[in-house]
Design a protein around this ligand. Structure first.
Ligand SMILES: [Zn+2]
Length: 536
């Protein structure tokens, strides 16, 4: 029986890896490239981790699995994180459970809370805290210690960002060391589980490459050290399980972010967004600017991670991330979140303080699309937005979980910012912007200097894989490829195709007509709660 190992390298890009494979800085990737098949793996639209990883593990487009962002898109004016329960399609570990195969799943984005499967799940960065149940079976958590499975490093979204930003700024080497320590932790726990269980499928994601590229894009030496750490563990696992089929993937590629487009500033200037107070004078703006100025001092004086992970710290950070001074009862449309690349229209029938009549939906949506299309960078006079879609054009009319109304891609050099505020610099407080907030800036204190690109990576390696073979695939092709390699039929409802051209002896592809439903994991009470979600 073919065993399969999937290793994720968040944000892995061939642009950086090609020269590092050429000079053998990444010997195991180089080996996979020469003795296996490799190439680009196309990401989702938008090319961000939440939709892309979920497409990788379901074989479905976001319109079917319903994950478009780290934040749920069915709540307006509230920021609720997505979870495994919110996903509408079965993941590979659900399908394998049904086929009576055993899985080990470690650190895959979107797996919290862990589902009951045939095997083990240890969840990822959307886990609220170490106190929560983040393993299945529950008891495994007690074994995540040095003398048993290994200590498990749990990252926490948003909360861990500030210490990471500050470390990147003031002690970049320390950041890459921390990232390598996290990779070691996740690899060690995974390898110990592989030794102890009779598994058929193992998947682990190394997330650190994404962080280091976002924050330290100009320090290629430190980025290389993080790729090397992943390469080292991939080599160890390859040597230990020579009979397995290896698939190494990334959720998207990476590149430089030169400038930032403040989308909500643009919507504010045009009158689509109203605020409760002058955005240049509100508490969050002042706090943010003050923090920029004092951050170096804070970094050296305080144990940042301890403070931000404390109950009070978490509360303060999450409320700053989430709150803005948007007056939703007067706002027509808003850019949803930093990674959403999408705009929500405030429909009267849908939201508590909605103001746009249903009959005006098309008119307003077309008007905003026109507006976006014609926004120009004041510095260059060039357009900023590359392509704009109505949600149904990419996700389909029946897309689940309420996707955002307008989705768009920016030109490659631009990152996106959701804050409504003057641009970085304390002097902003003393300037009167009136109704003309700047819309483009160089990366500010909280902006990444590297950002995502649509082309990720795929490497396939094993006895039955063609050597020295260039391939091209999409994130939705991974699940059908795994299933057919394991001789399991593929539901017709799965969107992707089998990457046949990578195999020497082509796997038998069996398509079946049943739409395997994901077990409905939400309780009645939870469903009720979601329906009742209200604006702040
Ligand atoms: Zn990222």
């Amino acid at each position: 029986m073919q065993r399969v190992i999937v290793i994720g390298l968040d944000g892995g890009t061939l642009d950086l890896m090609q020269p590092w494979m050429d000079d053998n800085s990444l010997p195991n990737f180089n080996k996979m490239r020469k003795q296996g098949s490799y190439g680009y793996l196309r990401s989702t639209t938008p090319c961000y981790s939440a939709p892309a990883w979920v497409s990788i593990v379901t074989g479905s487009n976001p319109g079917k699995h319903g994950i478009y962002d780290f934040f749920r898109t069915d709540c307006f004016a509230q920021k609720n994180l997505i979870s495994s329960r919110y996903r509408k399609k079965p993941a590979i570990w659900n399908l394998l459970t049904e086929a009576e195969r055993k899985s080990i799943v470690v650190n895959v984005p979107g797996t919290y809370p862990p589902e009951e499967i045939n095997g083990v799940i240890i969840t990822c960065l959307l886990t609220p805290s170490f106190e929560s149940n983040f393993t299945y079976p529950k008891e495994i958590k007690n074994d995540l210690t040095d003398n048993k499975l290994g200590k498990y490093e749990l990252e926490q979204i948003a909360v861990d960002d500030i210490p990471k930003y500050l470390t990147a700024k003031y002690a970049p080497e320390k950041l890459s060391n921390q990232i390598n320590m996290i990779t070691t932790s996740h690899a060690t726990v995974t390898m110990h589980l592989m030794e102890r269980l009779n598994w058929d499928f193992t998947m682990v994601v190394f997330r650190g490459t994404d962080d280091v590229q976002h924050l330290l894009w100009d320090r290629k030496d430190l980025i290389l050290s993080c790729y090397k750490k992943a390469d080292e563990y991939i080599g160890k696992i390859m040597n230990k399980y020579p009979d397995a089929l290896f698939i190494v993937v990334s959720d998207h590629g990476f590149g430089k972010a030169d400038k930032y487009f403040y989308i909500n500033n643009a919507l504010y200037n045009a009158g689509y967004i109203k605020t409760t107070s002058d955005p240049t004078r509100n508490f969050n703006t002042i706090l943010t600017l003050f923090f920029n100025k004092t951050s170096k001092f804070l970094f050296y004086i305080f144990p940042m991670q301890k403070i931000v992970r404390s109950k009070l710290g978490k509360k303060l950070i999450m409320s700053t991330v989430i709150s803005s001074n948007i007056d939703f009862s007067k706002t027509i449309a808003v850019y949803h979140s930093i990674c959403s690349r999408g705009i929500r229209i405030n429909l009267k029938d849908k939201y508590e303080f909605g103001i746009v009549e249903n009959k005006n939906y098309d008119k307003i949506r077309n008007e905003i699309i026109d507006f976006l299309e014609n926004i120009r960078d004041p510095e260059t006079g060039e357009k900023i937005v590359k392509k704009i879609y109505k949600y149904e054009e990419i996700y389909g009319k029946n897309a689940v979980n309420d996707p955002l109304d307008i989705i768009f891609d920016l030109k490659e050099e631009y990152g996106a910012q959701e804050l409504i505020q003057p641009l970085p610099g304390i002097e902003a407080i003393f300037k009167n912007y009136g109704h003309n907030l700047p819309i483009v800036s160089k990366p500010g204190f909280y902006d990444w200097i590297g950002d995502h690109r649509p082309n990720g990576i795929i490497f396939m390696y094993g006895d039955n894989i063609q050597s020295n073979n260039r391939i091209e695939a999409s994130v939705i092709d991974i699940v059908p490829t795994i299933l057919s390699a394991m001789d399991i039929p593929i539901s017709n409802d799965i969107d992707g195709r089998v990457i046949e051209e990578a195999f020497i002896k082509k796997p038998k592809i069996r398509r079946i007509n049943n739409d395997i439903k994901k077990k409905q994991l939400l309780t009645e009470a939870e469903l009720k709660k979601i329906k009742k979600l209200k604006l702040r």
